[in-house]
Design a protein around this ligand. Structure first.
Ligand code: DP6
Length: 320
């Protein structure tokens, strides 16, 4: 009873920040994301009645610290009375550094767990289960552009556009490779309970989603760029005003933003977005990709560059 799944991380252009139900991990706001093609996490789940305990190996090393969250994910998908599992996860990018590794990891783990247990679930069910483990993971059950919205006491996922019809490119400027100082789950709660801007963040999100949805529909890059940068900076303003302040940026993060501004001034179609970490993701049109990649690679403090196109939904790759 073993299954292996692959999922790609997604990057939110309109961000999820804050929860309305911590127990069920329901987001306080909707979000719109793009799923990437070149970064991936592969997770295999092997259920074995001879095992006495679950185990987790990440990129070749036993990881007891991250095991409990994966165990809860498997309990939720398969049921708490399940057989013990051997979970093996591999990613081709740094984990826990603000690169959406939890999105691809929990999307892949959910699909692999369901496969190993022989469950046939709809993609919406799988997305809701992945979202319970990590809010952003729900979106990696879909490729291309995806909108996550709150509906009643659950979430709803809607594909807005596939990855081929508007093949944007993403350059990720990595400015630090170590794990981030505060996880998003904890940081969101600090923001919800202390940031004076949290209320306006919630109030304005539907408007931002509407603008982005129309921009994606019309392939209006300038409109998408403007709303995505605004939404990103607004989310970080909520964090900065929290107590204690949550600042994920470093000096190189700022320099990368300036590089993107310079590229925009030179006429390139590019915008930045930053998640709960110091990395800068520059989203651009295919014809601007080389210039964006080159300029970010030459920016002081950038330690590594990764690039990607838009990718497909999480999927099962082996089942036995
Ligand atoms: C800044 O999905 O990591 O990347 O549900 O607590 O696991 P949990 O949070 P997570 O939060 C992602 C936050 C973000 C924005 C986004 O991806 O929408």
């Amino acid at each position: 009873m073993k299954a292996t799944a692959i999922a790609q991380p997604n990057i939110a252009l309109i961000k999820y920040w804050g929860k309305r139900d911590i127990e069920r991990n329901l987001p306080a706001v909707g979000s719109i994301s793009i799923t990437l093609s070149d970064l991936f996490t592969q997770v295999s789940v092997e259920l074995d009645e001879n095992l006495r305990a679950d185990s987790l190996t990440i990129n070749g090393a036993i990881d007891a610290g991250r095991l409990p969250r994966l165990q809860r994910c498997l309990d939720h998908v398969i049921g708490e009375q399940r057989m013990r599992a051997r979970i093996i996860s591999q990613s081709n990018f740094p984990i826990a550094a603000g690169l959406a590794s939890s999105a691809s990891a929990f999307a892949a783990a959910t699909v692999a767990a369901a496969g190993a247990a022989g469950l046939s679930l709809t993609v919406d069910d799988l997305a809701r289960m992945a979202g319970r483990a990590s809010g952003s993971a729900a979106r990696s059950l879909f490729g291309g552009f995806t909108e996550l919205s709150n509906s009643g006491d659950t979430i709803n996922l809607k594909p807005l556009r596939d990855q081929y019809s508007w093949p944007l490119k993403v350059v990720v400027a990595i400015t630090e490779t170590g794990p981030k100082h505060t996880g998003s789950t904890e940081a969101m709660e600090i923001s919800r309970t202390t940031s004076p801007f949290y209320g306006s963040w919630l109030e304005q999100q539907d408007g931002d989603l509407q603008v982005a949805r129309v921009a994606v529909e019309k392939q209006d890059f300038a409109a998408l760029a403007a709303i995505a940068e605004h939404n990103c900076l607004k989310m970080h303003s909520v964090m900065w005003a929290s107590r204690p302040a949550i600042v994920f940026w470093n000096a190189a993060t700022m320099r990368c933003m300036q590089t993107v501004r310079r590229l925009q001034d030179a006429g390139h179609n590019v915008f930045f977005t930053i998640d709960a970490g110091p990395q800068v993701k520059a989203v651009c049109m295919p014809e601007d990709f080389d210039a964006v990649r080159e300029a970010l690679a030459a920016t002081e403090g950038v330690v590594e560059i990764m690039s990607s196109g838009l990718g497909s939904a999480a999927r099962l790759v082996a089942n036995s």
